[in-house]
Design a protein around this ligand. Sequence first.
Ligand code: G3H
Ligand code: 13P
Ligand code: NA
Ligand code: ZN
Length: 328
Amino acid sequence: ARITLRQLLDHAAEHEYGLPAFNINNMEQGLAIMEAADAVNSPVIIQASRGARSYANDIMLARMIDALAEIYPHIPVCMHQDHGNGPATCATAIQYGFTSVMMDGSLMEDAKTPASYEYNVEVTRKVVQMAHSCGVSVEGELGVLGSLESGMGEAEDGHGFEGVLSHDELLTDPDQAVDFVGQTGVDALAIAMGTSHGAYKFTRKPDGDVLAMNVIEEIHRRLPNTHLVMHGSSSVPQDLQDIINQYGGEMPQTWGVPVEEIQRGIKHGVRKINVDTDNRMAMTGAIRKILAEKPGEFDPRAYLKPAKEAMRKVCQARFVEFGSAGHA
Ligand code: G3H
Ligand code: 13P
Ligand code: NA
Ligand code: ZN
């Protein structure tokens, strides 16, 4: 059954757990998420980026979500627009049946240029008005995602900003967070505390200097009733790096966000945790392994099924680790 983000996160807050939000681009990923949720009885947040919507086609994506919800009628599903870049993207997501939208006003509509605070408030408030009148939830973002190691802010295409941002600019300001939530009425707030998208987050296991979980704790103290969202929260597990590299891949050694740090966040108001990279790596590792071991294989099902299975394992682990298992 369809459910809004607000309904899911209110329940998560009441029962003190977190929900992973997994990205979808194709059928195999959708099935992997739902099979995992069904196995451990977890509610689900499926999210689609603008890139996913153009890759899969809006109609295909919308029908796929309908199909997944019909196959698993007992699993509550929130369909969320990931990183909406403006009111038009959010409005068309709502037209296609999404029950939640992210208005990422931390960047301008080009998804490359950092936005002013005033722009962010204005565009987010506008989307909240529009979405709430349709019964749809809204996630806002305050603070620019990026690396505290390099000082680089992050554009949507994964490249860093030209200008190196100061340490403080890469962290969400708690005073501003209070003002932002009050002015916009968002249902959930994504914050910046040192994570970035993709596999290359940290050059060593992160400590408090590069992953500022204390910022989350401070914001939660000031906004105890606001659901917080962590982006860039793949853990980039060593075993997934190893399998890719063992079968011909070339991924330099890297570190993600340790699951125990996310669990600490969940104790301090984090309710939605975005995970895409881990699933991409799981699928790629499985496909590389099959193609390396069976070079004569040419039936796509021979590698897509193991890829789906590898992603299911990651999803299932996160449902258990973040505590949403058992709450469907
Ligand atoms: O926001 C980042 C997600 O991993 C989606 O990535 O824009 O390449 O689909 P994408
Ligand atoms: P990862 O790249 O760490 O999986 O982050 C995904 C994300 O934040 C999607 O919005
Ligand atoms: Na999002
Ligand atoms: Zn994100």
